[in-house]
Design a protein around this ligand. Structure first.
Ligand code: ZN
Length: 246
């Protein structure tokens, strides 16, 4: 069973299309979307509809904080993020909002847990950006494998026998063995707004048979995605950061 894990699409249709084409070439039995379908980017309607279509074909889809923010009156966010949320709220139809409102916070399947932010208090959107936060996430579940997004920074944590987590930054195309006697917390990079210094879209393929997680980086037309953000009148920083991967 190979599962393509895509997170933090952020209304970036160009990045989403490029990643889905890459998934097709790689071959996957299932697709899982780990939240933040909208927010920041200029194509929320297209991205919501593509994701809903994937769900109709069997994809797992869970809720992210930006998806939730569209549905709330006063989300607690920085000014740029908030500007995008307000704009997104105006362009999404009621059917899109109803779709987002129906998404679950987590998805458990056997030894695997999928969540947008972290397994501990997932609705409070914790950032798994340190070994300590990875330990807290793993301590909140008995799932052996926890996959999340939210930080836009790919990293794999393994829980050591002494109870601490060891971080490892995955290299593209190099499978990380998720040793079966260990527990793992992996943060999948962002499809639509990478922040680790590379503008290429990021996603990962989990191979449950092989017990590996492989990060992939997919170059895409980030200038076209930036043009959509500018055309929507959203903050310039949201457009310019796509070229920097920051
Ligand atoms: Zn995000």
């Amino acid at each position: 069973m190979r599962i393509a894990l895509l997170s933090d699409i952020h209304a970036n249709r160009e990045a989403l299309d490029a990643c889905l084409a890459h998934v097709n070439r790689q071959g996957a039995d299932r697709i899982a979307i780990l939240g933040d379908i909208v927010g920041y980017g200029g194509d929320p309607v297209a991205c919501a509809e593509i994701v809903a279509g994937l769900a109709d074909e069997g994809a797992i889809v869970i809720l992210g904080n930006h998806d939730e923010a569209v549905l709330r009156d006063e989300p607690d966010m920085n000014a740029d993020a908030l500007a995008a949320i307000r704009w997104t709220r105006g362009v999404l139809g009621q059917d899109h909002k109803s779709y987002l409102a129906g998404l679950p916070l987590t998805h458990r399947d056997g030894e695997m847990l999928l969540v947008h932010a972290g397994a501990r208090h997932p609705g409070q959107w914790p950032y798994v950006n340190s070994p300590r936060e990875a330990e807290l996430s793993l301590s909140a579940t008995d799932a052996r494998l926890v996959f999340c997004g939210h930080t836009h920074m790919p990293v794999v944590f393994s829980l050591q026998p002494n109870g601490t987590c060891l971080p490892f930054v995955p290299v593209a195309n190099q499978p990380v063995p998720l040793l079966r006697h260990r527990r793992w917390q992996a943060v999948i990079g962002s499809v639509g707004q990478p922040r680790d210094g590379s503008p290429a879209a990021a996603y990962a393929i989990l191979d449950l048979g092989q017990g590996t997680l492989t990060q992939h980086r997919v170059p895409y037309d980030h200038q076209a995605a930036a043009a959509r953000i500018r055309a929507a009148g959203l903050p310039e920083r949201l457009a310019s950061r796509l070229a920097l991967g920051r």
